[in-house]
Design a protein around this ligand. Structure first.
Ligand SMILES: Cc1cc2nc3c(=O)[nH]c(=O)nc-3n(C[C@H](O)[C@H](O)[C@H](O)COP(=O)(O)OP(=O)(O)OC[C@H]3O[C@@H](n4cnc5c(N)ncnc54)[C@H](O)[C@@H]3O)c2cc1C
Length: 387
């Protein structure tokens, strides 16, 4: 058993950390407050090869796996820049297209995803279906060689900065009631596709949208894969990378918050010559949060290595558990950091309360803590499904 990263992964971690610190949390917050995107950071990360670490070298990527992408997500977040679109564009979209797309789709989309010049976001959630994707109501029907897509999606991140959206629909002939998902690569400027921005209480340079698809006409090659049979495996192939990378982002955010807070408590003195961190009432909650974050990190890199070894079923269990653990640990770490910073914790300057909304959302999205507990109860503990 070996818990160490390879020398190349260590170098990647150091290099991404350096890039993240060059921008830092104040850059992230300024962009979010100005209603702008972290475009400079995204493009620099793309130029340096960090956005394409998991994409094969023949398409301009780094030829690594989800472990490498998790390192990128964690280190940027640990520098105060948790970039949500890393989870949808390189983790979900690039994996789905690489594993299940046609040759033509790989050639068309992967080089741009690798260098960051192209973003593809991901749309599965619907207002009525919610957590139950078996109820998806977005329908794809054939019209000669074309496809026509109709339906509604909600909370879709990054539509305003993406060239395409990977839409999960179901094919109309599923009258049997059996889910037959199909994935489509839809240009964000396609006629019939409208979006409206949702007002969210999360300080983030990335936005969420409602999507309305009204007979969006797509050519036959917008369907991911050679045939409809690719739909279900393509959908599932995006889930483990999504859970692992979002967990890595959570763990990085937790590290960032603990580092900010412990730097403060080690030097802040309000009782004579002692630092507030010398009081166990301050130090223990921070130490507890640090343990929770480290536990989550172990689960994340175990899940990533299982995934990269092609052990998808085990990676599914591990990835879900890691996502749960990291979501809880990040929320705990940020809340604890705010508390031990006192009034400073609520200021913009100290840069921890700015993450409260994001870590709270991390317990809901992209899969809620309850749905993970359902998964673990059924698939690990053998309990009956209640719904
Ligand atoms: C910031 C943010 C970004 C997002 N980005 C995207 C994106 O890019 N693309 C995308 O497709 N979606 C995105 N989402 C949507 C996200 O994946 C969903 O919000 C999430 O899956 C939960 O679905 P829901 O909101 O419909 O909740 P619901 O399904 O309505 O559930 C509400 C609550 O009930 C609980 N619940 C529901 N069913 C059960 C059950 N059987 N047992 C126990 N508890 C249950 C849930 O856990 C949840 O707490 C985003 C959401 C947020 C907040």
């Amino acid at each position: 058993m070996n818990f160490d990263l390879t020398p190349e992964q260590d170098q990647l971690r150091d290099a991404v950390r350096t890039l993240g610190r060059k921008y830092g949390h104040s850059y992230f917050v300024e962009k979010a407050k100005a209603g702008e995107h972290t475009t400079e950071l995204w493009h620099e990360a793309g130029r340096l090869g960090y956005l394409g670490v998991n994409i094969p070298t023949e398409y301009g990527g780094g030829g690594g796996g989800i472990t490498e992408l998790a390192i990128v997500c964690e280190e940027l977040a640990a520098a105060g820049c948790p970039l949500l679109l890393l989870v949808v564009s390189p983790a979900i979209a690039a994996t789905v297209i690489n594993k299940h797309g046609t040759d033509e789709q790989r050639k068309r989309h992967l080089p741009g995803l690798a260098d960051g010049s192209r973003k593809i976001v991901f749309a599965i959630t619907e207002p009525e279906a919610g957590s139950n994707f078996h109820r998806l109501g977005t329908v794809a029907r054939r019209d000669d060689d074309d496809w026509l897509l109709s339906g509604r999606k909600c909370y879709i991140s990054g539509v305003d900065e993406a060239q395409h959206v990977l839409v999960v629909a179901r094919t109309e002939d599923s009258a049997t009631g059996k889910l037959r998902p199909a994935l489509f690569i839809v240009p964000t400027d396609a006629p019939g596709l409208e979006c409206s921005k949702l007002d969210m209480e999360i300080l983030s340079p990335e936005n969420q949208f409602l999507l309305y698809l009204d007979d969006v006409r797509l050519p036959a090659d917008a369907l991911v894969g050679e045939s409809l049979d690719a739909g279900l495996p393509a959908l599932f192939s995006g889930l483990n990378p999504e859970r692992i990378t979002v967990a890595a982002m959570g763990a990085g955010t937790g590290r960032y918050a603990i580092e900010r807070a412990s730097g403060y408590t080690a030097t802040r003195k309000v009782w004579g010559g002692r630092s507030i961190g010398s009081h166990q009432g301050v130090a223990h909650p921070l130490a507890h949060a640090a343990v929770q974050v480290e536990l989550a990190r172990l689960m994340i890199y175990r899940a990533a290595s299982l995934y990269d070894a092609g052990r998808d079923l085990e990676a599914g269990v591990s990835g879900n558990m890691a996502k749960y653990a990291a979501g809880e640990a990040a929320a705990l770490a940020v809340d604890t950091a705010v508390q031990v910073l006192g009034g400073a914790g609520m200021t913009t300057e100290y840069g921890v309360a700015t993450l409260l909304g994001a870590v709270r959302a991390g317990r809901i999205a992209p899969v809620s803590r309850e749905m993970i507990l359902n998964f673990v109860a059924q698939h690990v503990l053998g309990q009956d499904k209640s719904y």
